[in-house]
Design a protein around this ligand. Sequence first.
Ligand code: 5GP
Ligand code: ZN
Length: 119
Amino acid sequence: MTHNKDNCIFCKIVDGELPSAKVFENEHVLAFLALDQVTKGHTLVIPKVHKENLYELTPEIASNLFSVVPTIANALKNAYDLVGLNTLNNNGAEAGQTVFHYHMHLIPRYGKKDDFGAK
Ligand code: 5GP
Ligand code: ZN
């Protein structure tokens, strides 16, 4: 299957055709809770424009996105009793990418209560 804007679930979320639990939104960027919630508060940050992965981001798109990541991270820090937070981005199916619209994972960590990753 080719990946494009017309069959992209994240574009449908941006356009309001699919629901999402929004964490942050501005003109260029949307952040919403991930369906799988590997930990509580697991959030995805995406550009509103359809770009498949990191290789396709322009400096301007990357700048708009990364400039609000600290704000979103602080919102999560205030909303949840997290003790740490991982950022993660999979590029390409072989790297674990399953949705082909760029997204940065923000994954709250809860220390000993946290069953994500190495213990
Ligand atoms: P990837 O494996 O591509 O790095 O991550 C895909 C992410 O998209 C996962 O966190 C998964 O839970 C999330 N996801 C897939 N489909 C949907 C959806 O329809 N709604 C939401 N909110 N997240 C989704
Ligand atoms: Zn898209």
